[in-house]
Design a protein around this ligand. Structure first.
Ligand SMILES: C[S@@+](CC[C@H](N)C(=O)[O-])C[C@H]1O[C@@H](n2cnc3c(N)ncnc32)[C@H](O)[C@@H]1O
Length: 274
């Protein structure tokens, strides 16, 4: 596709104060972005690979923002969305706008996809992970990557959990935040009852005294299992622990107190999803 085909909608950001650029302001302020992105119904796809992956999943861009030299890499996506504006700028201008150095090619402001229906997801899943109050976007991304790569069917995240679509989560997840089925719960731990009604055996991965060793669990074929992983600092909430069927521990050596939550998830998913 020659640049002349889309040149008419390439806007130099030095020449405008376009309100559509507001979608890209203060991208490095995670807490602020999480609130405003959810309110505005958008998320930011970062890097040409993530933009391409998002569009291949059926997500819809509102605008593109990139350094001019990256234009050829996204020509197929520009052609697919002929009405969507393309903003270009020098590195320093892009940094001034977004608040960080844009070294992964491109950004796109994407329409946030509609949430999935919890009952449908629970109906169609055998293994699910429930991520309780995960506070760190890198951990959340790594958890989603483990879940996708090790065969978890779907992920539920609690209302206090950080945003799976924040750009660092998506990046660390290697794009699996866009491909694995996930649902943000509205009530926690209240929604655990709905998980139970769908026939799940509910396990909390947690370092409690009465916990069963992970290696001793023998899931029955077709048994529906939900695995809860807790907050990085506090672990699984005490109230949640009163509602689960069983606590499960990965035995630790050399007096190491615990694993990073994403590392723990990979061990548990490997053991319970094979
Ligand atoms: C870093 S840990 C929280 C540790 C917390 N400071 C405590 O001592 O309870 C975060 C989560 O990772 C999981 N986790 C980490 N190590 C684990 C282990 N050895 N066995 C089971 N779960 C583990 C649990 O889900 C836990 O809630």
């Amino acid at each position: 596709m020659p640049e002349s085909d889309y040149a008419h909608r390439v806007h130099d950001i030095s020449e405008l104060s376009d309100p559509r650029l507001d979608d890209y302001l203060r991208l490095s302020e995670a807490a602020l972005r999480m609130r405003s992105d959810i309110e505005n119904g958008i998320y930011i796809a970062e890097s040409t690979m993530v933009v391409q992956r998002a569009i291949s999943m059926g997500h819809v861009p509102r605008s593109f923002l990139l350094a001019r030299k990256y234009l050829p890499q996204l020509e197929a996506e520009f052609a697919r969305f002929p009405e969507v504006p393309i903003f270009v700028g020098e590195d320093a201008q892009l940094q001034a706008l977004t608040g960080f150095h844009l070294h992964r090619g491109a950004l796109a402001a994407m329409e946030r996809p509609a949430g999935l229906d919890l009952d449908t997801v629970l109906e169609n899943s055998i293994r699910i992970a429930i991520l309780e109050d995960i506070a760190d976007h890198s951990n959340l991304g790594a958890l989603l990557r483990s879940a996708a790569g090790l065969g978890v069917d779907a992920v539920l995240i609690t209302p206090q959990c950080v945003d799976p679509l924040y750009r660092r989560s998506v990046r660390v997840s290697m794009g699996t935040a866009l491909t694995i089925d996930w649902v943000r719960l509205e009530s926690w731990p209240g929604d655990l009852q709905r998980v139970r009604e769908h026939g799940f055996r509910i396990l909390a991965l947690e370092l409690t005294e009465n916990a069963t060793e992970l290696g001793a669990l023998q899931p029955q074929p077709g048994e529906k299992i939900a695995m809860i992983l807790g907050n990085e600092g506090r672990g699984v909430r005490a109230e949640t622990l009163t509602m689960v069927d069983e606590c499960v521990i990965i035995p630790m050596a050399r007096e190491v107190a615990s694993l990073n939550v994403a590392a723990a998830s990979a061990v548990a998913f490997w053991q319970l999803c094979r």
